[in-house]
Design a protein around this ligand. Structure first.
Ligand code: AMP
Length: 588
């Protein structure tokens, strides 16, 4: 207590400090409070959250404010709603013995009318997020032309989140003669620029080591074909079990689409974009904070409010239109002293943008490869093993142990381990043991790898285009034809693409590795007595002439694939003549 007294705090504050149980001032408090109490000065303080910085500016501010006057005298800008409320709450506790002092929080996502009413009642101190503050100034709901103190809290975060313009606008509404106190955990270039631009000869305080704020995020890029973005995203997620990430898309539509696809594929994902109501956004953010959502797919604008500290990865599903926005995205990770990874999924034609970003962030990217299916299987396997090791034993199992022993009797340790692992692993393995390599060589001079070449059966991206003699007339659209093909050939939904249904025929693509399987399956394949014929197309656009090269057809591969067991009739073996036939709805 006496130590706080020595800093120069008045009785009202000392009583509050006693109530709060603070015994000794923290380093940042010791370094700033006496100075700010004695002088009208600008200040730049490098201090992380948890160092007691709120009191470091809060105590002097409360002591210097004239609570008898109803004029707004102090403005605190903070990056997020949560921090804004937290600061307000702290300050209210510090000021509990100061009569007539009103501290009001202004932030987005709550009634602007209600906040305006609170301001009208008289708020000597306003704690605000930049977006809502600017909005209220614009509507004439707030007057900050007479403030004496302006505090920028977590300045690096505010800039990371893209609030530079808003802050500039807000400050232009404040008087020249005031003290500005800037608090930041890191000192990247943008923060120094603000300090230079808006402050005069600031007093500098550093708590702990100076951190340039650039080393906590590692930047990586992955070159893939344009059509492989989504598959690449899934693999990056699967190669990082336990990922807690924000996935940035360029448009609201892509954001919604990617989130829906992820959810459909069994990921804990959610969408955050401007077409959602505030209520929907709040729900998504709450789930994200509780880590019920592991992959938050967001637009740049919607992500401004994301204030979650332990995001492990930022994934740029597409690069932003404004390349400068990249720093705001990558700044969502590597916060509060933790490290993070910012990944960019990119096509070859966009590669030059990486150089531009490197110049902006003054950091090098690492060119990385999308993990192969087998690599992912391996990662998942080890993850599973360590998950089992780290799982806390549920004592309730004890009651059932004798019965469980009975069920598992005869299995030795080795077998048991294999079985336990296989429970989850087999699903992964079934999918990933046969997926293609997604990596596109960065040095190749071709553009998007999804563009097929016209040479031979196999396009430059490794895919083959086929003709099939069924189309809209047979009741198909692209989805139902895709389902039919998948079921018949027994291949994964991502292995079949560019399904293009015409009137009486259609086209589709698969990876080259499935070529024989496709051709074999549809050799002499009949549905209700009609031959369904598949041939390799020579037309990359799907509208051209059919292959005349019937010689490509392979004879049936006797031992291969369970597609032979399909319930659809595969007629054509005129040798045996034993064919069952089953009608598919809408086939004819
Ligand atoms: P901050 O860095 O402002 O977010 O503060 C972190 C936490 O430390 C808050 O819960 C404060 O109430 C608390 N705190 C601030 N100053 C002190 C102090 N001198 N002694 C003990 N706790 C403090």
């Amino acid at each position: 207590m006496t130590k706080f007294k020595a800093l120069g705090l008045n009785k009202a504050l000392l009583d509050a400090v006693a109530d709060l149980g603070f015994e000794t001032p923290s380093e940042v408090q010791e370094k700033t409070i006496p100075k700010l109490l004695q002088e009208e000065t600008d200040l730049v303080a490098l201090a992380q959250t948890g160092t007691g910085k709120t009191a470091a500016f809060g105590f002097p501010l409360i002591q210097k404010i004239e609570s008898e006057s109803r004029t707004t005298q102090g403005l605190i800008l903070s990056p997020t709603r949560e921090l804004c409320l937290q600061i307000t709450n702290e300050l209210q506790q510090y000021a509990k013995y100061v009569k007539g002092l009103n501290i009001v929080a202004i932030y987005g996502g709550a009634s602007i009318v209600e906040q305006s009413k609170q301001i009208k009642r008289g708020a000597q101190i306003i704690v605000a997020t930049p977006g809502r503050m600017k909005d209220m100034i614009g509507r004439g709901m707030i007057n900050i032309t007479k403030i004496d103190y302006c505090i920028l809290d977590e300045a690096d975060e505010m800039l990371n989140m893209g609030f530079y313009e808003d802050i500039k606008d807000i400050l232009s509404n404040t008087p020249k003669e005031k003290s500005t106190w800037l608090f930041s955990a890191t000192m990247p270039k943008e923060v120094s620029t603000i300090a230079k631009k808006f402050m005069h000869n600031p007093y500098e305080v550093t708590v702990g080591a100076k951190n340039a704020g650039v080393d906590t995020v590692q930047h990586e890029y992955y070159v893939v074909g344009g059509r492989d973005r989504y598959e690449a995203l899934k693999r990056l997620a699967d190669a990082n079990p336990g990922i807690f990430s924000v996935v940035f898309c360029r448009t609201k539509r892509d954001t919604q689409r990617v989130a829906e696809k992820l959810i459909g594929d069994g990921y804990n994902a959610g969408a955050l974009h401007g077409d959602l109501s505030q209520n929907q956004r709040d729900l998504v953010m709450n789930s994200f904070r509780k880590k019920q959502i592991q992959m938050l797919v967001a637009t740049d604008v919607a992500a401004r409010g994301i204030d979650v500290d332990d995001i492990s990865h930022v994934i740029n599903y597409q690069l932003p239109d404004e390349i400068e926005t990249y720093t705001h995205r990558s700044g969502r990770t590597g916060r509060a002293g933790k490290s993070g990874i910012s990944m960019v999924i990119i096509t070859r034609s966009e590669l030059r943008k990486i150089k531009t970003i490197e110049n902006i962030i003054k950091q090098k990217f690492e060119a990385k490869k999308i993990p192969t299916g087998i690599e992912i299987c391996e990662i998942q396997l080890y993850h599973l093993a360590s998950k089992i090791r780290n799982t806390e034993i549920n004592e309730a199992v004890d009651n059932y142990l004798p019965a469980i022993h009975d069920v598992l009797e005869g299995l030795d340790r080795e077998e048991l381990i294999k079985k336990i692992i296989s429970v989850e692993f087999t699903r992964f393995y079934a999918y990933y043991s046969r997926v293609k390599d997604l990596n596109t060589s960065a040095s190749s001079d071709r553009g998007d790898s999804s563009r097929p070449s016209r040479k031979g059966d196999v396009a430059s991206n490794g895919s083959v285009r086929y003709f099939i003699n069924v189309g809209e007339k047979d009741g198909y659209d692209w989805m139902s034809l895709k389902d039919f093909l998948r079921d018949t050939v027994n291949i994964g939904k991502d292995d079949l693409f560019r399904v293009d249904v015409k009137d009486s025929f259609s086209f589709f693509n698969t990876e080259a590795e499935f070529k024989d399987r496709i051709l074999n399956t549809f050799q002499d394949f009949k549905v209700d007595g009609r031959f369904v014929n598949v041939e390799i197309s020579k037309s990359p656009e799907g509208g051209g002439r059919r292959s005349k090269d019937k010689g490509r057809r392979r004879t049936k591969d006797k031992g291969k694939g369970n597609f032979k067991e399909r319930s659809f009739s595969k007629s054509g073996s005129k040798r045996t003549g034993k064919r069952r036939s089953k009608k598919r709805d809408g086939f004819y």
